[in-house]
Design a protein around this ligand. Structure first.
Ligand code: NZQ
Ligand code: ZN
Length: 384
């Protein structure tokens, strides 16, 4: 196992009715900015629950954070934070609202150009404390210190991370997710699945506990995902899916093991250029990364085939093919197409992505740093 530092102070309030406990988590003297997206929280009653819980607090509001949150929008919220002396941010929504709020938290205490936080990975030395009320299980943002932000003007989608933007707490009430359309559930299942894959399908380092935890999350997603899609108000299935998504990217399974993240890096380009939902980009890219890197990932792919899919017969090549095939079929079964053509992406996009990554210096992706521009080209060609 590799050396690691593990730090996760995020307090999770999980389950039905937990929004009512918000007041006790935020100082009564706080000047809160409630951030949200395009209005789903007003339609499904979550906004009313939050307002009722915070009736005794001072609450300002900033709505309109779009999916794949835009720098341009978030900077307007930074102005509100400064003008109103906001000292606590409460993100209510999906990963985009949580991520956007993390950026607002850091940018509001940042002296230089906030774009540097993303483009130059400028160190964060202070941030406004934040909490989240999560309404979409997918990203894991509710229990990590990462955020992904898009500069709409240049169609650049970049991430930053800092322990200072880890939420103080996150409320996870599965009932707040009952209003999600099936498309977002499918996206969330694929996103959580791929978070695990990027930390598990690399090479063995003698870390069986992390492996067993990763396999447990994958198997639970495979079992509970179809159930929660078929019956959106099945509380048990939704609760299990929600906790899987959180556990997939809160640092636990990734401690002490190699990480890949090539699929995410390439996927972000597809979102930036074609507006494809994050989870859907991963369904397009992951099977191709596994196919191209089958030799360097061989031991883990065989382990995955056996422990996750129960594939024990056939040659090594046949077992790997079967495992990748089952992965693709699972994504398709939860309503997420896996080919570029399914989204109308022309092949001309492929060299454009290769060039954009190259220009940004993203030329050594994957756990071995061997996914260079030529390999990115091959990955995308396999996704046509
Ligand atoms: O904006 P509103 O009206 O709230 O509607 C949203 C949005 O249209 C809607 N929605 C959310 N909760 C709902 C709901 N609709 C009905 N009922 C509910 N309960 O769903 C739509 C999509 O929301 P969004 O927040 O964009 O989705 P998601 O949670 O998948 O977040 C995607 C973003 O997270 C980033 C992605 O890149 C993308 O920008 N990621 C963040 C990560 C992290 N912080 O660690 C890791 C991930 O790999 C990912 O990159
Ligand atoms: Zn993701």
């Amino acid at each position: 196992m590799k050396n690691f530092t593990f730090y996760n102070p995020v307090k999770i309030l999980f389950g039905k009715g937990q929004i009512a406990r918000l007041a006790a988590e935020i100082p009564v003297t706080a000047r809160i900015l409630l951030t949200y997206g395009g209005g789903s929280i007003k339609a499904n009653g979550v906004y009313d629950q939050v307002k009722a819980a915070l009736a005794g607090h001072t609450v300002f509001e900033f709505g309109g954070i779009e999916p794949n949150p835009h720098l341009e929008t978030l900077l307007k919220a930074v102005e509100v934070v400064r003008a109103e002396n906001i000292d606590f941010l409460l993100a209510v929504g999906g990963g985009s609202v949580a991520d956007g709020t993390k950026f607002i938290a850091a940018a509001a205490r940042f002296e230089a150009d906030p774009w540097d936080i993303l483009a130059k990975q400028a160190p964060i030395t202070a941030a406004v404390p934040l909490g989240t009320v999560l309404t979409l299980p997918a990203t894991g943002s509710e229990m990590n210190g990462t955020a992904v932000v898009t500069r709409a003007a240049t169609r650049e989608k970049l991430y930053f991370g800092s322990p200072l933007v880890m939420p103080v707490f996150s409320v996870l009430d599965p009932e707040t997710t009952f209003s999600l359309p099936p498309k977002q559930i499918g996206n969330g299942i694929v996103d959580a699945f791929t978070h695990v894959a990027e930390q598990y399908l690399t090479y063995p380092v003698g870390a069986p506990l992390q492996d067993r935890m990763a396999e447990a999350i994958l198997k639970t997603l495979i079992e509970e995902g179809p159930k929660t899609l078929a019956n959106p108000t099945d509380y048990a299935a939704r609760a299990n899916f929600m906790w899987c998504a959180t556990m997939a990217l809160n640092g636990m399974i990734g401690a002490g093991v190699p990480h890949d993240w090539a699929t995410h890096t390439i996927g972000h380009e597809l979102t930036a250029l074609h507006g494809i939902d994050h989870g859907r980009t991963l369904a397009i890219v992951l099977p191709s990364v596994l196919t191209l890197k089958r030799d360097s990932k061989r031991a883990k792919l065989l382990q995955y085939a056996e422990w996750v899919w129960g594939i024990t017969t056939g040659t090594e090549e046949e077992r790997i093919d079967a495992a990748i095939g089952r992965t693709r079929a699972f994504f398709e079964s939860v309503g997420v197409p896996t080919r570029l053509g399914d989204y109308g992406v022309p092949t001309e996009t492929i060299p454009l992505i290769v060039e954009r990554l190259e220009n940004r210096g993203a030329v050594a992706l994957g756990e071995h740093g061997d996914i260079d521009p030529a390999a990115v080209d091959k990955v995308l060609a396999l996704s046509v």
